[in-house]
Design a protein around this ligand. Structure first.
Ligand SMILES: *[C@@H]1O[C@H](CO)[C@@H](O)[C@H](O)[C@H]1NC(C)=O
Ligand SMILES: *[C@@H]1O[C@H](CO)[C@@H](O)[C@H](O)[C@H]1NC(C)=O
Ligand SMILES: *[C@@H]1O[C@H](CO)[C@@H](O)[C@H](O)[C@H]1NC(C)=O
Ligand SMILES: *[C@@H]1O[C@H](CO)[C@@H](O)[C@H](O)[C@H]1NC(C)=O
Ligand SMILES: *[C@@H]1O[C@H](CO)[C@@H](O)[C@H](O)[C@H]1NC(C)=O
Ligand SMILES: *[C@@H]1O[C@H](CO)[C@@H](O)[C@H](O)[C@H]1NC(C)=O
Length: 507
């Protein structure tokens, strides 16, 4: 069982933890709920067959010429040339722009690339994001790299994109594959990076598939309520009663906690391990279950951070609506929590203090305190969570405490845009697919309408967080198969056009 602090638990924890909100980085700073799903069908390929691991000597700071900027580090990348038709044929290169975590984890879960490579005869590359996994600056020593803001200062999206550009250009040179077209792909933060990469480095990538990338979740472009509104709708659409029970439970938990022996009774109701601390972590733990279940509300069984059944929101609501649970709200919630935390049935008790980080995602806390000011924490009166205001001051003060830095609140939109995206991108952008599943709370910050003939929004009403990139399964619904078919078709067209242009140039 993994406890992941989400964006929406940031304010959550802060609200409920009150005084203890700011000091601990681990508790208070949010992570990006990216996700890729370990497929059941991975068994068709063993992990050894998926890729080979390589390292590239990367420069520490691409953006100035101070002597210390010339320090280097080893950036990991994974490569699979099994399907590639080679440089002679100018066969394409698909590059996954790594997210905030161990690249192997992302690679092993991005079935779309492995499944489409044979068709495109593509070379597959997965580039790891600096400061994550094994791509650690300062001699590869994570302790040193994460010491303080002087070392963490080199962790940013712009540096990561420059890493990817340098690596791709060098790799193509080594392979004498300068004419091979590059398509970048990614999901979640990786999808944001793919989209931004196409905009910033059009000479390196001819197109991007940006799946569930909330590039509009900055500044005041979308409502800070959108994230939790979508979660609310996810549950409401399954059952009004389910929504009401969850919505009403927060005050009931609070009231119980305040009674004599209340905490102990809550601990028993939820089978919390003996190290259970307080009511705020219980609320955060439940919140996490609802947020992640909504995000990964897939039509087939999955394993994101936890194993989940198909349509897990529905399963949770079934537990809540179960007449056997009578009128006992906590028994209902316990049943729901079991779906997220104990689907395999082998949890003996729930450890609310589990801060383990097997996928090495910790660096996101720094990113969330510098440039990734994503607005997800607002809850209006309708919300399934208690009403709350998104509060920037609060974030800034936590970040100051944790790292001694002030977030650059508007940097992302300054660097990559986002305001009036239709007007702007229509005039110069091309070849980006924005996929969004509307059950995914992050879809609120996604590009949901096509901007031009080649800036295409694909929206799946029943879809969740980058469901398109998952390995396919025999039970995939038609709409999901259609999404993938559409994406493949569009990428094919980009490639056809590219080869056509190339042949014209050669004449
Ligand atoms: C930051 O960490 C580095 C590496 O551990 C160290 O050399 C440096 O003195 C630290 N700087 C501050 C201001 O603490
Ligand atoms: C390209 O080849 C050089 C020389 O062998 C090597 O140092 C470098 O790491 C290679 N680039 C990549 C991206 O692997
Ligand atoms: C549940 O509560 C309702 C209203 O308070 C009551 O009418 C009903 O009998 C209760 N059901 C059970 C099983 O306790
Ligand atoms: C829990 O169950 C799953 C599936 O049966 C199994 O793969 C996993 O190893 C078990 N975990 C533990 C901690 O026993
Ligand atoms: C997990 O599920 C199993 C099987 O349903 C159950 O026996 C066990 O008590 C559950 N664990 C917790 C902590 O609720
Ligand atoms: C926002 O947070 C700050 C600092 O934590 C607090 O002083 C302020 O009252 C909050 N504002 C709102 C509207 O809640």
């Amino acid at each position: 069982m993994k406890k992941i602090t989400t964006w929406s638990t940031l304010i959550w924890l802060c609200i409920f933890m009150l005084h203890s909100c700011s000091p601990s980085i681990a508790e208070s700073t949010p992570r990006f709920p990216y996700s890729v799903i370990r497929p059941e069908s991975l068994s068709v390929l063993t992990e050894n067959e998926l890729y080979e691991t390589k390292y590239f000597t990367q420069i520490l700071d691409h953006f100035n010429y101070h002597p210390e900027s010339y320090q280097t580090f080893q950036q990991r990348y994974l490569i699979n040339d099994k399907y590639w038709d080679g440089s002679q044929k100018k066969a394409p290169i698909f590059v996954y722009t790594g997210n905030e975590g161990d690249i192997e984890w992302f690679a092993q879960n991005t079935g779309f690339m492995f499944e489409t490579a044979p068709k495109f005869k593509a070379l597959l590359v997965f580039t790891e994001h600096r400061f994550y996994g094994k791509s650690i600056p300062f001699g590869g020593d994570k302790k040193v790299a994460y010491s303080n803001s002087s070392t963490l200062g080199y962790l940013s999206s712009t540096q990561a994109l420059a890493d990817y550009a340098s690596l791709i250009i060098d790799l193509k040179k080594n392979l004498t594959a300068e004419d091979s077209p590059v398509i970048v792909l990614g999901g979640s933060y990786g999808g944001m990076l793919a989209a931004w990469f196409r905009l910033k480095y059009p000479h390196v990538a001819i197109g991007a598939l940006a799946s569930s990338s909330p590039i509009l979740n900055f500044d005041d472009i979308v409502s800070p309520y959108s994230f939790n509104n979508i979660i609310t709708e996810d549950f409401k659409s399954v059952s009004e009663n389910c929504y009401k029970v969850i919505k009403g439970s927060w005050s009931e938990i609070e009231n119980t906690a305040q009674q004599k022996g209340g905490l102990e009774s809550l601990r028993n109701s939820f089978k919390i391990c003996k190290n259970y601390i307080d009511v705020n972590s219980l609320k955060g733990w439940l919140n996490t279950a609802f947020v992640y279940t909504a995000m990964t509300d897939y039509p087939t069984p999955s394993n994101f951070l936890n194993h989940l059944p198909a349509h897990p929101v529905k399963q949770m609501c079934n537990a809540i609506d179960d007449p056997m649970a009578g009128n006992n709200t906590f028994a209902k919630l316990y049943g729901a929590a079991n779906i997220y935390y104990n689907y395999t049935g082998n949890a003996t008790c729930f450890n609310l203090n589990d801060n383990s980080d097997p996928h090495d995602l910790g660096g996101w806390q720094w990113q969330a305190c510098t440039e990734m000011i994503l607005l997800t924490e607002g809850n209006n009166e309708e919300s399934i969570f208690p009403a709350s205001q998104w509060n920037y001051t609060d974030r800034a003060s936590n970040c100051n405490t944790d790292y001694g830095v002030e977030p650059r609140r508007h940097w992302i939109t300054t660097e990559f845009g986002g305001h009036d995206i239709k007007m702007v991108l229509k005039r110069f952008g091309s070849n980006i697919i924005f996929f969004n599943g509307l059950r995914d709370p992050w879809s609120g910050g996604g590009v949901l309408k096509s901007i031009s003939k080649s800036l295409i929004a694909i929206v799946a009403k029943e879809g969740a967080h980058h469901v398109d990139l998952r390995f396919s399964t025999k039970d995939d619904p038609e709409w999901l198969k259609d999404v993938r078919k559409k994406e493949i078709k569009i990428i094919s067209n980009w490639l056809t056009k590219y080869y056509h242009d190339l042949s014209q140039l050669a004449m």
